[in-house]
Unconditional design. Structure first.
Length: 256
């Protein structure tokens, strides 16, 4: 599957603003994180973030820049806004638009439901021939415009700021599940049992030699009966260390 992500506004157009956030900045953050989340699941392209897709549409350059027919799905990211929005303990919420020609909205329904699960109101799937997604649909490519939440609503943006990663993951998983994609399998770290670790350490220590400075003391310990001197570089369990220490203690006590 080949996917095109478009960050709304930009190139001198900040989009909607509110609560210390700017739409053009946030759409680019989301698109970058979403592209990374989908890496390995499908071929993901990002519309040049130095450009404004809607401005390119008005200039008659959008189709040339985007080449929509090369893609299976186009997702345009935006943030909503209303006038005089205040903190009232209720979120305005998330919604998504498809064109009037889109035959199915299953992916989009799952997407807003997953985003709403972090605490935003689900405003559902709506139909409108917004300029950019309409051009994509006319090129034969399914498309949608996602309004993540209301940037000028304090309640919405508090949820967004605290759950940005979860929102990106919700969008990614909606695309992955909706289009039947597979995430790349994570490399499994090799795990060993305790016995296997012990055996490998034993094998390694057998290649080591007793340091020259310890050889004389080792011989004295053998003569005294503290150790039999076998496998001198091998790791030993605590009970063996305790036995050797006790033998040395008894030997010292008897010499007093």
């Amino acid at each position: 599957m080949k996917l095109l992500l478009i960050a709304g506004h930009g190139a001198g157009d900040p989009g909607a603003v509110g609560n210390g956030f700017q739409e053009a900045t946030e759409t680019r953050k989301v698109v970058a994180a979403l592209a990374q989340a989908l890496e390995g699941c499908c071929d993901v392209d990002t519309y040049p973030t130095s450009r404004n897709a809607y401005a390119d549409y008005k200039a008659g350059q959008l189709n040339k820049m985007a080449q929509f027919s090369r893609y299976d799905y186009v997702l345009e990211i935006h943030f909503n806004a209303v006038k005089a929005s205040t903190a009232d303990g209720k979120t305005k919420g998330t919604e998504i638009y498809v064109t009037t020609a889109e035959p199915s909205t299953a992916v989009e329904q799952a997407m807003v439901a997953a985003i709403a699960a972090v605490g935003l109101t689900n405003r559902g799937v709506k139909r409108n021939n917004w300029a950019v997604i309409h051009q994509a649909r006319k090129a034969g490519t399914s498309s949608a415009l996602l309004e993540i939440c209301f940037i000028d609503d304090p309640d919405d943006m508090a949820i967004y700021a605290a759950n940005q990663s979860a929102i990106v993951e919700a969008i990614a998983m909606s695309i992955i599940d909706g289009f039947g994609l597979q995430r790349p399998e994570l490399e499994q770290e090799e795990t060993m049992t305790g016995k296997e670790i012990y055996d490998k350490l034993t094998e390694y220590t057998e290649t080591l030699e007793v340091p020259a400075w310890a050889k004389e003391e080792l011989e004295k310990a053998k003569v005294a009966g503290i150790t039999d001197g076998s496998a001198p570089m091998q790791l030993i369990p605590r009970y063996q260390a305790a036995l050797m220490a006790y033998r040395a203690y008894e030997l010292a006590k008897g010499q007093k």
